[in-house]
Design a protein around this ligand. Structure first.
Ligand code: SAM
Length: 240
């Protein structure tokens, strides 16, 4: 069924274009200049403690680094992304690794329909900020409903925790730092992301998670623009 006319069109790329083949091919090497991806995945795995009978869904899976790691430890991984280019790329990677327990879905936070048993865990890294705040809330409620009663939600995203009066200096310094470590082109791409994507404030993100029904077990903020939330469903609520 088509989405109603008023629904946010998550298939339309804003900011960095993750449908672009060159962007996708360069993604892993670009990101490795800016992030410690192995460490990030370790952090997720330590929180989820996946077992062979569990299922996990990765929203905005991108090049699938987490999905591939998780597939080695659990029964099934659902890799969801609005970019078919990303999905094709991770599909090839999974094939090379001989993994057959990853389902690929061309859909997003607002359109993916989970038909199987409720999930043990949902993960999302650097993807939710592609939605404006109202739609973030809709996405979080949808995630809440896909999880089983003890389900865990791990969110890492761009969330602003710097002093807002300082935004000029903050963004100038940040883009300069990216330029130094990854070059001019990537700094321009990231500036495009700052200009056109929808990162929100730390206090809004926390409120959205709680209002969606989650208990935040741990919230960590890094460098004024990255946040990690380790959540579970709030017990004793009937917000289903
Ligand atoms: C910055 S990349 C992050 C990829 C990967 N999770 C990582 O940690 O490197 C953002 C990804 O989110 C996807 N994306 C953007 N909007 C989305 C949405 N509404 N639903 C699901 N994925 C989305 C993009 O296509 C892209 O693959």
């Amino acid at each position: 069924m088509d989405s109603p006319l008023w629904q946010y069109d998550e298939m339309c790329q804003v900011g960095i274009d993750y449908v672009d083949a060159a962007q996708v091919t360069a993604y892993d090497s670009t990101e490795s200049k800016l992030r410690d991806i192995r460490n990030e995945i370790e952090d997720i795995m330590n929180y989820l403690v996946l077992t062979q009978y569990q299922t996990v869904l990765d929203f905005g899976t991108g090049t699938g680094e987490f999905a591939i790691k998780a597939a080695k430890y659990c029964e099934e991984v659902f890799a969801v992304d609005v970019s078919h280019t990303m999905l094709e790329y991770v599909h090839q990677k999974a094939k090379q690794e001989g993994l057959t327990n990853i389902q690929f879905h061309h859909a997003g936070f607002l359109t993916y329909k989970h038909l199987g048993e409720p999930l043990h865990a949902v993960v999302s890294q650097y993807a939710l900020h592609h939605l404006p705040d109202f739609w973030k809330m809709i996405a979080l409620r949808r995630i809440y409903k896909m999880l089983n009663k003890k389900g865990k939600f791990y969110l890492r995203d761009i969330v602003y925790s710097f002093r807002v009066d300082n935004y000029n200096n903050f963004f100038n310094n940040l883009t300069e730092k990216i330029k130094q470590s990854a070059g001019e082109k990537i700094a321009q791409d990231k500036a495009n992301g700052i200009r056109n994507e929808f990162p929100t404030f730390d206090w809004i993100m926390e409120e959205l998670l709680v209002k969606a029904g989650f208990h935040i077990n741990k919230a960590d903020y890094y460098d004024g623009f990255i946040a990690v939330y380790m959540c579970t469903k709030k017990s004793g609520t009937d917000s289903e």
